[in-house]
Design a protein around this ligand. Structure first.
Ligand code: PLP
Length: 446
């Protein structure tokens, strides 16, 4: 075996550079579009449980799991062991060959999916999963029409951008597309000026109007997030999904639940966010927590739709590779063995109560919402006008970071704190986190 070049070993590299040197390399060699959080971006070199560590050894409690991804935390022993074993045996081959991890993972997915969803296709990112699912729906229904929701975020590929809301679309040229939008159930800022539950769910019923006036009375699919993540942890009432599902079926479309953020138990007690509303989707798309940080994504669907998805539709170099699939198998096992679905529910409830208590003391907090370990705190300048407190949000994040706490940011106006921690988070850590957040809000409010 040839001698290992120490300079190329990541462990050595990590020790070699300062934050400043890395920032200079980034400026010289990475497209400026890759921006980081914070005035002084963090250089992360390690992590354990729910804690991240910078190059100076300073620790940060991570309430955002990267971006809602590292569900098992940073160094779960079973996860690490699985990766090591798989890396030593077979990191990669393509889906042109059979591998044990792909087949075993697909069977496991069918075991945890809602009734009737049985056939999986594995890819590498959430955008790709949505793109593939929509492609299949359009082909199966022979219709160009896809209905998405306002304030949605579904990814960065061309079609995924087109079904996302303005701030995240940035599609350079406009061209005829079959994408149409319908309102999401955002009760805090109801588009119809109504209040839940007296509203009679006008937002959900509006889908019928969209289909009748902006399509040829048929659709390929309706795609929706059970809780909008990037949109600002917006949680529509359960009826929203029941009503929209009925309308989708009235027009013979497919109902796609984008569970890239809500999947794998993040919403507590159930594997999938859509299950809380007793709606049985036709397709679920997934990514992020799927392998707790190792890139993998996919969709699961009913056999009759999958049958239309032919081999030429399924070229993917990395999709379903052994390393990612083994990591995903380990994640599913850990969730089951360690009762994570229940833990997400109880930890989330505990944390949400603390956030609601914070609201009593802070006028910046307009609303606390969400479920399980997918919680949002919307910041507003004024409780009556609900003007988004976007600048204050940035200050709160900075202040939290300076005190060892990482939170996420969401919403079209960037004014929603996103709390989507790993399940390794302990109760005493949530107390510490809320304490830091409390102090940050107080300082910014002054
Ligand atoms: C709901 C949802 N769908 C799709 C995506 C796109 O996933 P990816 O960034 O892996 O392409 C995201 C990413 O944040 C998301 O939140």
């Amino acid at each position: 075996m040839s001698e290992v070049n120490k300079d190329l070993v990541p462990k050595e590299l990590t020790k070699k550079y300062s934050q400043k040197e890395i920032r200079e390399k980034e400026k010289s060699f990475i497209v400026p579009a890759v921006g980081h959080y914070f005035k002084e971006p963090l250089l992360i070199v390690g992590g354990h449980e729910s804690t991240l560590v910078d190059e100076n050894g300073k620790e940060f409690l991570d309430l955002f799991s990267g971006i809602s991804t590292t569900i098992t935390g940073y160094n779960h022993p079973k996860f690490v062991e699985t990766l090591k074993w798989q890396a030593e045996n077979l990191v990669y081959t393509s889906n042109l060959y059979s591998t044990v991890p792909y087949a075993v993972l697909a069977e496991k997915l069918a075991g945890i999916a809602p009734d009737g969803l049985k056939k999986s296709f594995l890819l590498s990112s959430g955008s790709e999963a949505n793109e593939a699912a929509l492609f299949m729906a359009k082909k199966y229904k022979n219709s160009p029409y896809i209905i998405a929701c306002t304030r949605a975020y579904h990814g960065r590929t061309t079609l995924a951008r087109e079904i996302s809301s303005a701030g995240w679309r940035t599609v350079p040229e406009s061209h005829p597309s079959g994408v149409r939008f319908t309102p999401y159930g955002y009760c805090y800022r109801c588009l119809f000026g109504k209040s839940y539950p007296e509203c009679d769910m006008e937002c959900a019923h509006y889908l019928r109007e969209v289909i009748k006036t902006q399509t040829n009375n048929s659709i390929a699919a309706f795609i929706v997030e059970p809780i909008q993540g990037v949109g600002g942890i917006i949680q529509a009432p359960n009826e929203f999904f029941k009503i929209t599902h009925e309308i989708v079926k009235e027009f013979d479309g497919l109902f796609i639940s984008d569970e890239v953020q809500t999947g794998f138990g993040r919403t507590g007690t159930k594997w999938w966010g859509i299950q809380h509303s007793n709606v049985n989707p036709d397709i679920i798309t997934m990514a992020k927590s799927f392998a707790s940080g190792v890139p993998i994504a996919g969709f699961i669907t009913r056999p009759e739709y999958a049958a239309e998805y032919t081999q030429t539709d399924s070229f993917t170099t990395f999709g379903g590779n052994p390393l990612s699939c083994s990591a995903a198998i380990a994640v599913i096992d850990i969730i089951q063995e360690e009762n994570y679905l229940e833990k997400a529910a109880s930890l989330g409830e505990y944390l949400k109560k603390q956030l609601i208590t914070l609201k009593e003391d802070h006028e910046l907090i307009g609303e606390v919402r969400g479920q399980g370990i997918m919680l949002g705190v919307e910041l507003v300048k004024n409780e009556t006008t609900k003007e988004p407190a976007s600048e204050e949000m940035i200050l709160v994040m900075e202040e939290c970071k300076n005190n060892g706490l990482l939170i996420g940011k969401g919403g079209l106006d960037g004014n929603v704190i996103r709390i989507q921690p790993p399940l390794a988070l302990k109760r005493e850590e949530t107390n510490r986190a809320c304490n830091i957040l409390d102090k940050a809000l107080t300082k910014v409010e002054k």
